[in-house]
Ligand binder design. Structure first.
Ligand SMILES: *Cc1c(COP(=O)(O)O)cnc(C)c1O
Length: 429
């Protein structure tokens, strides 16, 4: 029996009940769990495509490139899917660059490279690869980039990542646009750094970049940041720099809760209006670096109940996934909706903590959550786990990493094999 909407949140369009069982597109999650085991990450190709299209449509009036932020979910198959849709990529390490080179070699010319601690080796790898833009985050990095470029005799197009000193309402660990954060250079110092860069034979100042944080649901800080960036671009044009790109970063939030009332197309349309308004008439090409808003809702972590127990009147549902698979609840106190794979009959709900097997009190997915009664062996789906889920997974407690499956309509393909304990031990002496 399919539960009423008021009882269980149903997440259109990728994860829906059909004949009483939760599906990802046309694939039954119960069948996927039987075939591939748990814990298992399941992604919807259809929803990822839909999200990219929504971005392209919202920004259609402004020259732009969607440079998907690889750190949100870096699986090679997902990168390939995104490259086929015309995406470029935002990378923050040599490892992420190597992923793009492997998954989508032709997309390398649409790569932007961000990060406060790029090493000379990473910069050289990106110069050799021929990426679009280096987002430089300090004067020290500017000097190292100039040296690397001169050594290789390759010109580096760069943007200074400026810190606009705007505050975004989000978790303090993922807010990045205030002057006390480690990211970027103070916007007041940017002009001097562009002047310095322009004197270097192998550096070409080509853009301005900004990224104020993640999971931002109110668009006004984006607007404030863009006003400041637009003013800087005018000054830089006046100084004679051929600034062609504005990289607006990522950060658009998704609805982890109350998603029944959340309209993504409306949100991204509003976001597009807010970003582009201050930039009109400046002859710019906009680069966007969304991560979470593309892949977050497209992924679910599927897990099986191992045990149930009651301690001091408190009920615990112990599942086979843990904080090593999905650390967001532990790290950011993040909320993830959890729903049963088998739609429950209209029985009692109980208040439980959903926890993993790891030896940490912080190893939980939900606390004091009202869930339909479960028993050991039942399958649960932790929703909105497509971003910062697998990409933050670890091997803590010597737990092999989960497998990943990509669903496209009725087809379900393994896109990362389940790690084995032998895989884990192999690197050690
Ligand atoms: C993390 C990050 C992003 C992606 O942020 P989302 O919130 O996932 O959209 C984009 N750009 C930079 C520089 C980042 O560090």
């Amino acid at each position: 029996m399919t539960p009423k909407k008021s009882e269980i949140s149903v997440r259109p369009p990728a994860f829906l009940y059909s004949a009483g069982l939760l599906h990802c597109e046309g694939a039954s999650l119960r069948k996927l769990a039987e075939r591939f085991g748990t814990p298992l990450y399941v992604y919807s190709a259809g929803l990822i495509r839909e999200r990219v299209r929504a971005f392209d449509k919202a920004f259609r009036g402004f020259p732009h490139t969607v440079c998907y932020s690889v750190k949100a979910n870096s699986n090679l198959s997902l990168l390939r899917l995104l490259a086929r849709m015309g995406c470029g990529f935002d990378v923050v390490s040599g490892g992420e660059l190597a992923r793009v080179q492997k998954a989508a070699p032709r997309a390398v010319r649409s790569v932007v490279f961000s990060g406060v601690g790029k090493t000379a080796n990473e910069l050289k790898a990106a110069l050799k690869a021929g990426i679009l833009l280096f987002n430089v985050e300090s004067e020290a990095e500017l000097h190292v980039l100039a040296e690397c470029a001169a050594q290789l005799k390759k010109t580096a197009s760069l943007a200074m990542r400026v810190n606009p000193d705007v505050s975004a309402e989000t978790h303090p660990y993922i807010s990045t646009g205030l002057h006390q954060h480690k990211f970027g250079v103070p916007i007041q110092q940017a002009r001097a750094l562009y002047a310095l860069a322009a004197k270097q034979r192998y550096l070409r100042p080509a853009g301005v970049s900004v990224h104020i944080g993640s999971q931002i649901t109110d668009v006004s800080p984006f607007g404030e940041a863009m006003e400041r960036v637009a003013q800087l671009v005018r000054e830089l044009h006046g100084d004679g720099h051929a600034i062609r790109y504005v990289d607006a970063g990522g950060g658009l939030g998704i609805a982890y809760q109350d998603f029944g009332n959340f309209d993504f197309v409306a949100a991204v349309t509003k976001y597009a209006g807010t970003l582009t308004k201050p930039l009109r008439g400046l002859g710019l090409h906009l680069l966007l670096e969304p991560g979470r808003s593309i892949v977050g809702p497209a992924g679910t972590l599927l897990t099986r109940v191992v045990y149930e127990k009651t301690n001091g009147g408190k009920k615990f549902v112990i599942v086979d996934a843990a904080m090593n698979d999905l650390i967001r609840p532990s790290l950011y106190s993040a909320y993830h909706e959890i729903i049963p794979v088998q739609a429950p009959p209209e029985t009692a709900y109980e208040q439980v903590d959903v926890v993993g097997p790891i030896c940490e009190t912080g190893d939980f997915f939900a606390r004091e959550r009202k869930l339909p009664a479960t028993q050991s062996g039942d399958l649960l789906a932790v929703l909105d786990a497509g971003a910062y889920g697998m990409s933050l997974a670890s091997n803590y407690n010597t737990r092999p990493k989960a497998a990943e499956v990509l669903v496209d309509k009725k087809s379900a393909k393994i896109i990362r094999r389940r790690e084995t304990i032998a895989d884990l031990l192999r690197q050690e002496l």
